[in-house]
Design a protein around this ligand. Structure first.
Ligand code: SAJ
Length: 449
Protein backbone atom coordinates (compact mmCIF):
# COMPACT_ATOMS: atom_id res chain seq x y z
CA UNK A 1 0.00 0.00 0.00
CA UNK A 2 1.42 3.42 -0.96
CA UNK A 3 2.90 5.37 1.96
CA UNK A 4 0.31 8.11 1.50
CA UNK A 5 -2.54 5.63 2.02
CA UNK A 6 -0.78 4.10 5.00
CA UNK A 7 -0.48 7.54 6.53
CA UNK A 8 -4.15 8.24 5.82
CA UNK A 9 -5.28 5.02 7.43
CA UNK A 10 -3.13 5.76 10.44
CA UNK A 11 -4.72 9.18 10.82
CA UNK A 12 -8.27 7.79 10.58
CA UNK A 13 -7.40 5.16 13.14
CA UNK A 14 -5.90 7.77 15.47
CA UNK A 15 -9.08 9.84 15.19
CA UNK A 16 -11.36 6.85 15.68
CA UNK A 17 -9.46 5.76 18.78
CA UNK A 18 -9.51 9.24 20.32
CA UNK A 19 -13.28 9.35 19.79
CA UNK A 20 -13.90 5.85 21.06
CA UNK A 21 -11.81 6.50 24.20
CA UNK A 22 -13.46 9.92 24.76
CA UNK A 23 -9.99 11.48 24.71
CA UNK A 24 -10.79 13.60 21.65
CA UNK A 25 -10.81 17.31 22.42
CA UNK A 26 -14.18 18.64 21.24
CA UNK A 27 -14.71 22.26 20.20
CA UNK A 28 -18.29 23.49 19.81
CA UNK A 29 -18.69 26.68 17.79
CA UNK A 30 -21.87 28.66 18.50
CA UNK A 31 -23.11 28.73 22.10
CA UNK A 32 -26.84 29.21 21.55
CA UNK A 33 -29.92 27.05 22.13
CA UNK A 34 -28.15 24.13 20.47
CA UNK A 35 -24.46 24.68 21.25
CA UNK A 36 -24.79 25.16 25.01
CA UNK A 37 -26.82 22.01 25.78
CA UNK A 38 -24.73 19.96 23.33
CA UNK A 39 -21.50 21.18 25.00
CA UNK A 40 -22.85 20.17 28.41
CA UNK A 41 -23.97 16.72 27.23
CA UNK A 42 -20.67 16.03 25.41
CA UNK A 43 -18.71 17.12 28.50
CA UNK A 44 -20.94 14.95 30.68
CA UNK A 45 -20.07 12.01 28.37
CA UNK A 46 -16.43 12.52 29.42
CA UNK A 47 -14.92 14.54 26.55
CA UNK A 48 -12.89 17.69 27.20
CA UNK A 49 -15.03 20.46 25.66
CA UNK A 50 -14.27 24.01 24.60
CA UNK A 51 -17.14 26.24 23.53
CA UNK A 52 -16.42 29.12 21.15
CA UNK A 53 -18.67 32.11 20.61
CA UNK A 54 -18.26 35.69 19.41
CA UNK A 55 -20.27 37.22 22.27
CA UNK A 56 -17.84 38.05 25.07
CA UNK A 57 -20.43 38.29 27.84
CA UNK A 58 -21.64 34.77 26.99
CA UNK A 59 -18.08 33.46 27.45
CA UNK A 60 -17.82 35.28 30.76
CA UNK A 61 -21.17 33.92 31.98
CA UNK A 62 -20.35 30.32 31.07
CA UNK A 63 -16.89 30.41 32.65
CA UNK A 64 -18.58 31.61 35.82
CA UNK A 65 -20.83 28.55 35.61
CA UNK A 66 -23.88 30.57 34.58
CA UNK A 67 -26.11 29.31 31.76
CA UNK A 68 -26.70 31.98 29.08
CA UNK A 69 -29.87 30.32 27.75
CA UNK A 70 -33.10 32.01 28.85
CA UNK A 71 -36.29 30.12 29.48
CA UNK A 72 -37.23 26.99 31.37
CA UNK A 73 -34.73 24.31 30.42
CA UNK A 74 -34.88 21.55 33.06
CA UNK A 75 -31.43 20.50 34.28
CA UNK A 76 -29.41 22.68 31.92
CA UNK A 77 -28.15 25.33 34.36
CA UNK A 78 -27.17 22.70 36.90
CA UNK A 79 -25.34 20.55 34.34
CA UNK A 80 -23.48 23.54 32.91
CA UNK A 81 -22.33 24.64 36.37
CA UNK A 82 -21.17 21.10 37.13
CA UNK A 83 -19.28 20.71 33.83
CA UNK A 84 -17.55 24.07 34.20
CA UNK A 85 -16.67 23.37 37.82
CA UNK A 86 -15.20 19.97 36.92
CA UNK A 87 -13.14 21.58 34.17
CA UNK A 88 -14.77 19.46 31.45
CA UNK A 89 -16.30 22.52 29.76
CA UNK A 90 -14.74 25.94 29.20
CA UNK A 91 -15.73 28.79 26.88
CA UNK A 92 -13.39 30.91 24.78
CA UNK A 93 -13.37 33.36 21.88
CA UNK A 94 -10.12 32.01 20.52
CA UNK A 95 -10.20 29.74 17.47
CA UNK A 96 -6.63 28.66 18.29
CA UNK A 97 -8.37 26.23 20.63
CA UNK A 98 -9.23 24.21 17.50
CA UNK A 99 -5.57 23.50 16.62
CA UNK A 100 -5.27 20.51 18.96
CA UNK A 101 -8.90 19.40 18.68
CA UNK A 102 -10.10 16.20 17.04
CA UNK A 103 -13.83 16.95 16.80
CA UNK A 104 -15.48 20.25 15.87
CA UNK A 105 -19.25 20.82 16.07
CA UNK A 106 -20.74 23.88 14.36
CA UNK A 107 -24.07 25.10 15.75
CA UNK A 108 -24.44 28.67 14.50
CA UNK A 109 -27.49 30.46 13.13
CA UNK A 110 -28.43 29.87 9.50
CA UNK A 111 -31.30 32.30 8.85
CA UNK A 112 -32.91 33.16 5.55
CA UNK A 113 -33.01 36.69 4.15
CA UNK A 114 -36.24 38.45 5.13
CA UNK A 115 -36.93 39.62 1.57
CA UNK A 116 -35.31 37.13 -0.81
CA UNK A 117 -35.82 34.07 1.46
CA UNK A 118 -32.38 32.91 0.31
CA UNK A 119 -30.08 31.29 2.91
CA UNK A 120 -27.98 33.86 4.75
CA UNK A 121 -24.71 32.06 5.51
CA UNK A 122 -22.67 35.08 6.56
CA UNK A 123 -22.17 33.77 10.10
CA UNK A 124 -21.47 30.23 8.84
CA UNK A 125 -18.94 31.56 6.31
CA UNK A 126 -17.13 33.60 8.93
CA UNK A 127 -16.98 30.63 11.31
CA UNK A 128 -15.72 28.30 8.58
CA UNK A 129 -12.96 30.73 7.63
CA UNK A 130 -11.79 31.21 11.22
CA UNK A 131 -12.03 27.47 11.80
CA UNK A 132 -10.26 26.57 8.57
CA UNK A 133 -7.25 28.64 9.57
CA UNK A 134 -6.97 26.63 12.80
CA UNK A 135 -7.52 23.05 11.68
CA UNK A 136 -4.97 20.28 12.09
CA UNK A 137 -5.23 16.74 10.70
CA UNK A 138 -6.88 14.41 11.41
CA UNK A 139 -10.12 16.14 12.26
CA UNK A 140 -13.86 15.47 12.22
CA UNK A 141 -16.02 18.55 11.52
CA UNK A 142 -19.77 18.16 12.10
CA UNK A 143 -22.29 20.82 11.04
CA UNK A 144 -25.33 20.65 13.33
CA UNK A 145 -26.95 23.82 12.04
CA UNK A 146 -29.89 23.38 9.67
CA UNK A 147 -28.66 24.00 6.11
CA UNK A 148 -30.05 23.86 2.59
CA UNK A 149 -29.43 20.75 0.47
CA UNK A 150 -25.92 20.68 -1.08
CA UNK A 151 -24.51 23.21 1.40
CA UNK A 152 -21.95 20.72 2.78
CA UNK A 153 -20.68 19.93 -0.75
CA UNK A 154 -20.89 23.39 -2.31
CA UNK A 155 -20.16 25.69 0.65
CA UNK A 156 -18.66 23.99 3.72
CA UNK A 157 -16.18 21.69 1.95
CA UNK A 158 -14.51 24.26 -0.35
CA UNK A 159 -14.10 26.89 2.38
CA UNK A 160 -12.56 24.44 4.87
CA UNK A 161 -10.24 22.92 2.27
CA UNK A 162 -9.14 26.31 0.99
CA UNK A 163 -8.47 27.76 4.44
CA UNK A 164 -6.87 24.68 6.02
CA UNK A 165 -5.01 23.06 3.14
CA UNK A 166 -6.47 19.74 4.33
CA UNK A 167 -8.26 17.33 2.01
CA UNK A 168 -11.76 16.06 2.62
CA UNK A 169 -11.95 12.27 3.07
CA UNK A 170 -8.19 12.06 3.58
CA UNK A 171 -7.44 14.08 6.73
CA UNK A 172 -10.56 16.23 7.04
CA UNK A 173 -13.76 14.28 7.71
CA UNK A 174 -17.05 16.13 7.20
CA UNK A 175 -20.44 15.25 8.63
CA UNK A 176 -23.87 16.87 8.82
CA UNK A 177 -25.84 15.81 11.88
CA UNK A 178 -28.80 18.20 12.22
CA UNK A 179 -30.10 18.91 15.71
CA UNK A 180 -33.65 18.06 16.76
CA UNK A 181 -33.90 20.14 19.92
CA UNK A 182 -37.06 21.89 21.06
CA UNK A 183 -37.31 24.76 23.52
CA UNK A 184 -38.11 23.51 27.01
CA UNK A 185 -36.68 20.09 26.23
CA UNK A 186 -33.16 20.96 25.02
CA UNK A 187 -31.24 18.49 27.22
CA UNK A 188 -33.82 15.71 26.94
CA UNK A 189 -34.04 15.98 23.16
CA UNK A 190 -30.27 15.73 22.63
CA UNK A 191 -30.25 12.38 24.42
CA UNK A 192 -33.65 11.02 23.42
CA UNK A 193 -34.28 12.15 19.84
CA UNK A 194 -33.10 9.94 17.00
CA UNK A 195 -30.66 11.65 14.68
CA UNK A 196 -29.62 11.49 11.08
CA UNK A 197 -25.84 11.17 10.79
CA UNK A 198 -24.67 12.23 7.34
CA UNK A 199 -21.06 11.76 6.19
CA UNK A 200 -19.20 13.14 3.19
CA UNK A 201 -17.97 9.56 2.92
CA UNK A 202 -18.72 6.37 4.89
CA UNK A 203 -15.64 6.81 7.11
CA UNK A 204 -16.79 10.31 8.12
CA UNK A 205 -20.27 8.99 8.84
CA UNK A 206 -18.86 6.22 11.04
CA UNK A 207 -16.56 8.59 12.92
CA UNK A 208 -19.57 10.82 13.63
CA UNK A 209 -21.69 7.81 14.58
CA UNK A 210 -19.06 6.64 17.10
CA UNK A 211 -18.99 10.16 18.55
CA UNK A 212 -22.76 10.62 18.90
CA UNK A 213 -23.22 7.12 20.26
CA UNK A 214 -21.50 8.26 23.47
CA UNK A 215 -24.46 10.48 24.41
CA UNK A 216 -27.42 9.86 22.11
CA UNK A 217 -29.59 7.08 23.51
CA UNK A 218 -31.93 7.03 20.49
CA UNK A 219 -31.47 5.64 16.98
CA UNK A 220 -28.64 7.04 14.86
CA UNK A 221 -29.39 6.75 11.15
CA UNK A 222 -26.32 6.68 8.91
CA UNK A 223 -26.55 8.39 5.54
CA UNK A 224 -24.80 10.90 3.27
CA UNK A 225 -24.66 14.66 3.83
CA UNK A 226 -27.19 15.53 1.13
CA UNK A 227 -29.81 13.17 2.52
CA UNK A 228 -29.23 14.56 6.03
CA UNK A 229 -29.69 18.14 4.74
CA UNK A 230 -32.94 17.14 3.02
CA UNK A 231 -34.30 15.21 6.02
CA UNK A 232 -33.94 18.08 8.47
CA UNK A 233 -35.37 20.79 6.22
CA UNK A 234 -38.13 18.51 4.93
CA UNK A 235 -39.26 17.41 8.41
CA UNK A 236 -39.83 21.03 9.37
CA UNK A 237 -41.33 22.03 6.03
CA UNK A 238 -43.71 19.10 6.50
CA UNK A 239 -44.87 20.63 9.80
CA UNK A 240 -45.27 24.06 8.19
CA UNK A 241 -47.42 22.63 5.39
CA UNK A 242 -49.52 20.68 7.87
CA UNK A 243 -50.13 23.82 9.92
CA UNK A 244 -51.02 25.75 6.76
CA UNK A 245 -53.59 23.10 5.84
CA UNK A 246 -55.16 23.45 9.29
CA UNK A 247 -55.18 27.24 8.91
CA UNK A 248 -56.84 27.03 5.49
CA UNK A 249 -59.55 24.73 6.88
CA UNK A 250 -59.99 27.25 9.71
CA UNK A 251 -60.58 30.07 7.23
CA UNK A 252 -63.08 27.86 5.39
CA UNK A 253 -64.88 27.17 8.67
CA UNK A 254 -65.07 30.90 9.35
CA UNK A 255 -66.63 31.45 5.93
CA UNK A 256 -69.36 28.86 6.57
CA UNK A 257 -69.80 29.45 10.30
CA UNK A 258 -68.38 26.17 11.65
CA UNK A 259 -65.96 25.41 14.50
CA UNK A 260 -62.67 24.20 13.02
CA UNK A 261 -61.56 22.61 16.30
CA UNK A 262 -64.57 20.32 16.33
CA UNK A 263 -63.96 19.56 12.65
CA UNK A 264 -60.30 18.77 13.42
CA UNK A 265 -61.23 16.55 16.36
CA UNK A 266 -63.47 14.43 14.14
CA UNK A 267 -61.10 14.44 11.15
CA UNK A 268 -58.39 13.02 13.41
CA UNK A 269 -60.66 10.12 14.33
CA UNK A 270 -60.19 8.94 10.79
CA UNK A 271 -57.23 6.54 10.53
CA UNK A 272 -53.88 8.03 9.45
CA UNK A 273 -55.09 11.59 9.90
CA UNK A 274 -53.20 14.04 12.14
CA UNK A 275 -54.56 17.47 11.30
CA UNK A 276 -52.45 20.09 13.06
CA UNK A 277 -53.72 23.06 15.05
CA UNK A 278 -54.84 26.24 13.28
CA UNK A 279 -53.67 29.38 15.02
CA UNK A 280 -52.64 33.02 15.07
CA UNK A 281 -49.37 32.36 13.26
CA UNK A 282 -46.23 30.25 13.02
CA UNK A 283 -43.17 31.57 14.85
CA UNK A 284 -39.94 30.18 16.16
CA UNK A 285 -36.37 29.75 15.05
CA UNK A 286 -36.84 26.84 12.70
CA UNK A 287 -40.27 26.19 11.21
CA UNK A 288 -40.63 29.54 9.37
CA UNK A 289 -37.16 29.36 7.80
CA UNK A 290 -36.55 25.66 7.13
CA UNK A 291 -39.08 25.51 4.30
CA UNK A 292 -37.09 28.17 2.44
CA UNK A 293 -33.84 26.27 3.07
CA UNK A 294 -35.41 23.09 1.70
CA UNK A 295 -36.35 24.67 -1.63
CA UNK A 296 -33.29 26.91 -1.91
CA UNK A 297 -31.68 24.57 -4.44
CA UNK A 298 -34.77 24.00 -6.61
CA UNK A 299 -33.24 26.58 -8.94
CA UNK A 300 -34.53 26.47 -12.49
CA UNK A 301 -35.18 22.74 -12.31
CA UNK A 302 -38.73 23.14 -11.03
CA UNK A 303 -40.96 25.69 -9.33
CA UNK A 304 -41.98 24.62 -5.78
CA UNK A 305 -45.62 25.61 -5.20
CA UNK A 306 -46.98 23.83 -2.12
CA UNK A 307 -44.21 24.92 0.25
CA UNK A 308 -44.20 28.66 -0.62
CA UNK A 309 -48.01 28.67 -0.57
CA UNK A 310 -47.99 27.15 2.92
CA UNK A 311 -45.56 29.82 4.07
CA UNK A 312 -47.87 32.52 2.65
CA UNK A 313 -50.92 31.07 4.41
CA UNK A 314 -49.11 30.88 7.76
CA UNK A 315 -47.51 34.32 7.42
CA UNK A 316 -50.95 35.77 6.79
CA UNK A 317 -52.52 34.44 9.99
CA UNK A 318 -51.36 37.36 12.19
CA UNK A 319 -52.97 39.75 9.68
CA UNK A 320 -56.12 37.68 9.73
CA UNK A 321 -56.13 38.12 13.51
CA UNK A 322 -56.12 41.89 12.98
CA UNK A 323 -59.13 41.52 10.64
CA UNK A 324 -60.99 39.56 13.33
CA UNK A 325 -60.16 42.24 15.90
CA UNK A 326 -61.37 44.97 13.54
CA UNK A 327 -64.64 43.11 12.80
CA UNK A 328 -65.33 42.46 16.49
CA UNK A 329 -64.76 46.11 17.39
CA UNK A 330 -66.96 47.29 14.53
CA UNK A 331 -69.79 45.04 15.78
CA UNK A 332 -69.40 46.65 19.20
CA UNK A 333 -69.51 50.10 17.60
CA UNK A 334 -65.82 50.84 18.20
CA UNK A 335 -63.37 52.17 15.61
CA UNK A 336 -59.96 50.54 15.71
CA UNK A 337 -58.24 53.94 15.72
CA UNK A 338 -60.10 54.83 18.91
CA UNK A 339 -59.61 51.47 20.59
CA UNK A 340 -57.17 50.12 23.20
CA UNK A 341 -56.21 46.50 22.52
CA UNK A 342 -54.41 44.17 24.96
CA UNK A 343 -52.24 41.51 23.26
CA UNK A 344 -51.90 38.44 25.48
CA UNK A 345 -48.61 36.71 24.65
CA UNK A 346 -45.45 37.71 22.80
CA UNK A 347 -43.44 34.45 22.92
CA UNK A 348 -43.77 32.28 19.82
CA UNK A 349 -44.82 29.22 21.83
CA UNK A 350 -46.93 28.58 24.91
CA UNK A 351 -45.13 28.60 28.29
CA UNK A 352 -41.89 29.72 26.64
CA UNK A 353 -39.90 32.96 26.79
CA UNK A 354 -38.56 32.49 23.25
CA UNK A 355 -39.71 35.40 21.10
CA UNK A 356 -37.92 34.58 17.84
CA UNK A 357 -40.16 35.26 14.83
CA UNK A 358 -43.06 35.92 17.20
CA UNK A 359 -46.41 36.10 15.34
CA UNK A 360 -47.45 38.77 17.89
CA UNK A 361 -45.00 41.26 16.35
CA UNK A 362 -46.85 41.69 13.02
CA UNK A 363 -50.18 41.86 14.88
CA UNK A 364 -48.90 44.64 17.12
CA UNK A 365 -47.29 46.56 14.24
CA UNK A 366 -50.44 46.36 12.12
CA UNK A 367 -52.73 47.43 14.97
CA UNK A 368 -50.52 50.45 15.61
CA UNK A 369 -50.45 51.27 11.88
CA UNK A 370 -54.26 51.32 11.99
CA UNK A 371 -54.21 53.73 14.92
CA UNK A 372 -55.02 51.45 17.83
CA UNK A 373 -53.43 51.84 21.26
CA UNK A 374 -51.71 48.49 21.98
CA UNK A 375 -50.70 47.05 25.34
CA UNK A 376 -48.60 43.86 25.38
CA UNK A 377 -48.52 41.29 28.19
CA UNK A 378 -46.44 38.13 28.48
CA UNK A 379 -45.60 36.47 31.82
CA UNK A 380 -42.49 34.83 30.34
CA UNK A 381 -41.01 37.83 28.53
CA UNK A 382 -39.23 40.28 30.87
CA UNK A 383 -40.23 43.34 28.86
CA UNK A 384 -43.95 42.47 28.94
CA UNK A 385 -44.43 41.13 32.44
CA UNK A 386 -46.80 43.26 34.51
CA UNK A 387 -50.08 43.41 36.34
CA UNK A 388 -52.64 42.40 33.75
CA UNK A 389 -55.58 43.84 35.78
CA UNK A 390 -53.91 47.23 35.63
CA UNK A 391 -52.89 46.93 31.99
CA UNK A 392 -56.42 46.18 30.79
CA UNK A 393 -58.03 49.23 32.43
CA UNK A 394 -60.35 50.84 29.87
CA UNK A 395 -59.35 48.44 27.11
CA UNK A 396 -61.72 47.37 24.32
CA UNK A 397 -60.40 43.92 23.56
CA UNK A 398 -58.23 41.02 24.74
CA UNK A 399 -56.30 39.25 21.95
CA UNK A 400 -55.00 35.76 22.79
CA UNK A 401 -51.85 35.25 20.71
CA UNK A 402 -50.14 32.61 22.88
CA UNK A 403 -51.73 29.81 24.87
CA UNK A 404 -49.70 30.40 28.05
CA UNK A 405 -51.23 28.22 30.79
CA UNK A 406 -51.84 31.19 33.10
CA UNK A 407 -54.15 32.81 30.54
CA UNK A 408 -56.46 29.79 30.68
CA UNK A 409 -56.89 30.49 34.41
CA UNK A 410 -57.99 34.12 33.92
CA UNK A 411 -61.25 35.10 35.63
CA UNK A 412 -62.94 36.73 32.65
CA UNK A 413 -65.95 37.85 34.69
CA UNK A 414 -63.63 39.84 36.95
CA UNK A 415 -61.52 41.21 34.08
CA UNK A 416 -64.68 42.40 32.32
CA UNK A 417 -65.24 44.99 35.06
CA UNK A 418 -62.07 46.81 33.99
CA UNK A 419 -62.77 46.80 30.26
CA UNK A 420 -64.54 49.51 28.30
CA UNK A 421 -65.64 47.03 25.62
CA UNK A 422 -65.71 43.29 26.37
CA UNK A 423 -64.26 41.60 23.29
CA UNK A 424 -62.07 38.50 23.29
CA UNK A 425 -60.30 37.41 20.09
CA UNK A 426 -58.89 33.90 20.54
CA UNK A 427 -55.94 33.03 18.31
CA UNK A 428 -55.17 29.70 20.00
CA UNK A 429 -58.56 28.18 20.92
CA UNK A 430 -57.65 28.76 24.54
CA UNK A 431 -61.20 29.54 25.70
CA UNK A 432 -64.58 27.88 25.29
CA UNK A 433 -66.80 30.17 23.24
CA UNK A 434 -69.93 29.60 25.33
CA UNK A 435 -68.04 30.15 28.59
CA UNK A 436 -66.71 33.46 27.27
CA UNK A 437 -70.17 34.55 26.16
CA UNK A 438 -71.48 33.70 29.65
CA UNK A 439 -68.77 35.90 31.15
CA UNK A 440 -70.29 38.77 29.16
CA UNK A 441 -67.79 38.96 26.31
CA UNK A 442 -68.19 39.02 22.56
CA UNK A 443 -66.07 36.06 21.43
CA UNK A 444 -64.41 35.47 18.07
CA UNK A 445 -61.50 33.26 17.17
CA UNK A 446 -59.46 31.69 14.42
CA UNK A 447 -61.70 29.13 12.74
CA UNK A 448 -64.49 29.71 15.25
CA UNK A 449 -65.97 33.16 14.80
N1 SAJ B 1 -48.00 25.91 15.58
C1 SAJ B 1 -49.30 25.98 15.05
N2 SAJ B 1 -50.01 24.83 14.90
C2 SAJ B 1 -49.49 23.61 15.22
C3 SAJ B 1 -48.17 23.55 15.75
C4 SAJ B 1 -47.44 24.71 15.92
O1 SAJ B 1 -49.78 27.07 14.75
O2 SAJ B 1 -50.19 22.60 15.08
C5 SAJ B 1 -47.21 27.13 15.73
C6 SAJ B 1 -46.76 27.38 17.14
O3 SAJ B 1 -47.68 28.20 17.83
C7 SAJ B 1 -45.42 28.12 16.94
C8 SAJ B 1 -44.90 27.53 15.64
O4 SAJ B 1 -46.03 26.94 14.98
O5 SAJ B 1 -45.63 29.51 16.78
C9 SAJ B 1 -43.80 26.48 15.82
O6 SAJ B 1 -44.26 25.58 16.77
P1 SAJ B 1 -43.53 24.14 16.98
O7 SAJ B 1 -44.39 23.34 17.91
O8 SAJ B 1 -43.21 23.56 15.67
O9 SAJ B 1 -42.24 24.50 17.83
P2 SAJ B 1 -40.73 24.69 17.35
O10 SAJ B 1 -40.60 25.86 16.46
O11 SAJ B 1 -39.90 24.66 18.58
O12 SAJ B 1 -40.46 23.39 16.48
C10 SAJ B 1 -39.64 22.40 16.98
C11 SAJ B 1 -39.15 21.68 15.79
N3 SAJ B 1 -38.13 20.78 16.25
C12 SAJ B 1 -36.93 20.85 15.66
O13 SAJ B 1 -36.67 21.63 14.78
C13 SAJ B 1 -35.93 19.90 16.18
C14 SAJ B 1 -40.27 20.89 15.15
O14 SAJ B 1 -39.71 20.06 14.13
C15 SAJ B 1 -40.94 20.03 16.15
O15 SAJ B 1 -42.02 19.35 15.49
C16 SAJ B 1 -41.50 20.89 17.25
O16 SAJ B 1 -40.38 21.56 17.86
C17 SAJ B 1 -42.16 20.05 18.32
O17 SAJ B 1 -42.34 18.86 18.13
O18 SAJ B 1 -42.49 20.64 19.36
Amino acid sequence: MPAEDQDRNKQVQQLATAIQNREAKVVIIGLGHVGVPVACVVAQAGFPVIGIDRVHEKIEQINRGICPIQGLEPGLSELLAEMVKSGHFRASMDYAECRDAQVILIAVETPVDEITKRPNYEVLRSVLKDLGRNLAAPILVVVESTIAPRTMEKFVKPILEAESGLTVNRDLYLSHCPERVMPGRLLANIKSCSRVVGGMNPEAAHLALDFYRHFVEAELDLTDCLTAELVKTAENAYRDVQIAFANEVALLCESVGANVYRVRELVNKSPYRAMHLPGAGVGGHCIPKDSWLLIAEAGDKFEPRVIPAARAVNDNMPFHMVELIQQALQKAGRRLDEAKVVVLGYAYLENSSDVRNSPSAPVINRLKELGAEVVIHDPYVEEYRGNLSTMIQGADGLVVMVAHSEYAELNLGELRQSLRTSILVDGRNLFDKEMVHKAGFVYTGIGNI
